[in-house]
Design a protein. Structure first.
Length: 687
């Protein structure tokens, strides 16, 4: 087998918070793949770093009353401790706030500039209405303008994977103040990647660099039309690298310098190892593999290849993209205690459990994986404890004094069957189809255990004349166990190390599964892995709930309560309160939740959209709404609105309007429809 030179990265964790079990899906997946490649005999390095720039870091440092450098140093130490606790090991773990990263940012920026791909433009962006500070995308939440999903970040939707600008969010809210942000203008720098459209179309659609669903998504959502310019700057104040020639005024946006951090961290490793940086990032001999979540595929599959191509660096061989983690079928929840920090998990449960469970659930597609806590317990106990570790514990005690047989006994072809499965298992690992790999490995365990049970060495050992036969049975069982552990070694390295101690032989290569051990001593068996305890899972959940409650209390104590004086009185002055009405007058208006079934332009009208609203069942209403300049028809379909449902029909030039939807604003583009929280249903009355 030809040795491959492979450089592997996982997405850089943002230095604004600790690692949680959702993050670990990616880092465990990547670590398994790296360990597998090394076991196959390939040269493979694992590079990562903390993503350290942005307004969020600046704000967090201010809240801690420390410098940004002190804050990110503290967070980096915590991240590395969490990763180490789960056996995730990096060849280099750097920081995007490094001299190496600054130098590489300048180099790539210069290449983009020389090829005429940089331009300036005045843009509308969001500012906090109380502090007046520019709001980063992740400090704004609202309703996705594409699919209508509520509570989404200001740059992309985790429901439909759409990307957009924060100003496009429906009903945006600043997470800093809890108030609607205000719009303002600022000069930004853009990369005009449309010039690389043909290259990006070819690279993404080649069939080798991306999963098919990713390639299809990029083609259907972005590459079917001209690519929009990429906003790569933020105005001061901002924690990051100054853009050359604009020192103190403009900074590279975090998404510009973050992926360059892969290269900067590699450069640090090369300096320590005496390696050539160009030999890794400018060599056709290097395979570069990125592991990322589906929420950042847009950046890694379009912008990043464009940057690399322009600056003459090696393009990724493969971008491996995975889905999100849910727990018990729902999004991780602080209230439910399922938003579990890595450090909290490690207080209560063995990291080997999580590594194996994730491996058993991970496939080659972008499907989300669900951590069902009952299944988690049963899967680990059934597979790792009952089928694998128990095989070793039961067999080892019978040969602790004699060791393994001098020659390998007849096992009915079991070891050879396991050896023959080697390439099928390897293909599954290579394709990140870990779930299939685990199933194939457990099939070996399902054959090994009946062999041992049927042979019943605990019965034979009562007859001294059967001593050799007992040794033969246990020699077979321990070799089948070791073969299984060779294949499992990338997933459960701690168990692999304990196996090495038990049998006195290191697991160094994938082909160790091809040859049985004979004539070697067997150490006294020591505990390897206990069963998962339900009480430990519950203790982890309870502590996570307590942490969330404490954090919420601390945030409430440290925040400044909002007051009515913080809001402008301009809208009220422009439209003073109406005369009082009685309660009886008010209840005459029947306000109902309705769903927009369809929305279409009224060509003859400058302001109107024609909406078909559902009140549930077959009840439909046609409403003409003066929101044409504020909303696109395709963005409204499926959205819940509030309507006055018992207004008398109004005959208009374009048809009959059978109600009115509720909105505020001055008109034109300044129209804001009233939203409905998640859980509201068409037909429900608004009281």
């Amino acid at each position: 087998m030809t040795q491959r030179q492979i450089l592997v990265t996982a997405a850089l964790p943002y230095a604004n918070g600790p690692i949680h079990i959702g993050h670990l899906v990616e880092y465990i997946q990547t670590d398994i793949w790296v360990r597998f490649q090394r076991l196959r005999g390939h040269r493979c390095i694992f590079i990562c770093a903390d993503d350290t720039h942005g307004t969020a870091i600046m704000k967090s440092a201010r809240q801690r009353n420390c410098t940004e450098q002190q804050f990110i140093d503290e967070m980096q130490a915590a991240h590395q401790e969490d990763f180490a606790g789960f056996g995730v090991t990096f060849d280099n773990y750097g920081s995007t706030h490094s001299d190496e990263n600054r130098q590489l940012c300048h180099e790539i920026w210069r290449s983009l500039n020389e090829q005429g791909l940089i331009k300036q433009e005045t843009v509308v962006e969001l500012f906090d209405s109380q502090s007046g500070e520019s709001l980063p995308d992740r400090f704004v939440r609202g309703t996705c303008p594409k699919c209508g999903a509520p509570d989404q970040y200001g740059d992309n939707c985790d429901k439909c994977s759409a990307t957009y600008s924060a100003v496009d969010l429906i009903d945006p809210i600043s997470t800093t103040s809890g108030q609607p942000p205000v719009q303002g203008e600022a000069v930004h720098y853009f990369v005009t990647i449309e010039a690389l459209h043909e290259f990006l179309d070819e690279w993404t659609q080649s069939g080798s660099h991306l999963q098919d669903e990713v390639a299809n998504y990029l083609k259907g959502h972005f590459l079917h039309e001209p690519l929009r310019d990429w906003d790569v700057s933020r105005p001061a104040p901002y924690f990051g690298f100054d853009i050359p020639g604009t020192e103190g005024r403009h900074f590279w946006y975090v998404w510009f310098d973050a992926p360059i951090g892969y290269m900067a961290s590699t450069k640090q490793w090369c300096a320590e190892q005496g390696e050539s940086f160009d030999g890794w990032w400018k060599s056709p001999a290097t395979e570069i593999h990125h592991f990322i979540g589906k929420d950042i595929q847009y950046f890694h599959c379009l912008f990043w290849p464009a940057m690399l191509k322009t600056a003459g660096f090696t393009l990724p061989e493969k971008v491996h993209i995975h889905g999100f983690l849910t727990v018990n079928g729902r999004k991780m929840s602080k209230r439910d205690g399922t938003f579990v920090m890595a450090a909290t998990y490690l207080k209560h449960l063995n990291p080997t459990y999580l590594r194996y469970y994730y491996a058993a659930k991970l496939g080659p597609r972008l499907d989300d994986i669900d951590m069902n806590l009952e299944e988690f317990q049963n899967k680990v106990d059934s597979d790792l404890v009952n089928k694998v570790v128990n095989l070793a514990s039961r067999a080892a005690k019978f040969v602790a004094e004699t060791g393994l047989s001098a020659t390998y006994p007849d096992d009915g072809g079991l070891f050879q069957q396991g050896a023959a499965a080697s390439e099928l298992i390897a293909e599954a690992y290579e394709a990140c189809n870990y779930g299939r790999a685990m199933r194939l490995i457990m099939e070996l365990a399902d054959r090994a255990n009946p062999f041992f049970d049927d042979a019943a060495p605990w019965v034979l050992r009562k007859d001294p004349a059967q001593a050799d036969r007992v040794q033969e049975i246990c020699t077979v069982a321990l070799n089948l166990y070791r073969q299984i552990m060779v294949y499992l070694a990338p997933v459960v390295p701690e168990l692999a190390e304990k196996t090495e101690i038990l049998l006195g032989q290191p697991i160094k290569h994938w082909d160790d599964a091809q040859t049985p051990l004979t004539g070697s001593p067997v150490a006294k068996f020591k505990h390897m892995l206990k069963r998962v305890e339900a009480k430990d899972i519950q203790a982890m959940i309870d502590e996570s709930k307590e942490q969330a409650a404490a954090a919420a209390d601390a945030e409430a104590d440290s925040s400044t309560p909002s007051t009515t004086t913080a809001d402008s009185d301009a809208p009220l002055k422009a439209e003073p309160l109406a005369d009082q009405c009685t309660f009886d007058d008010f209840v005459k208006v029947d306000l109902r939740i309705a769903r927009v079934v369809s929305a279409e332009n009224v060509p003859e009208a400058n302001k109107l959209l024609k909406l078909t609203l559902s009140l549930g069942g077959d009840e439909r209403r046609t409403v003409f709404a003066g929101i044409k300049k504020a909303y696109q028809p395709e963005d409204l379909e499926g959205r819940l609105v509030v309507m006055a449902a018992n207004l008398a029909p109004r005959k208009m030039k374009f048809g009959v309007s059978e109600g009115m939807i509720l909105a505020s604003g001055e008109g034109g583009k300044e129209v804001f429809m009233l939203g409905v929280d998640e859980g509201g249903q068409p037909g429900q009355r608004v009281h």
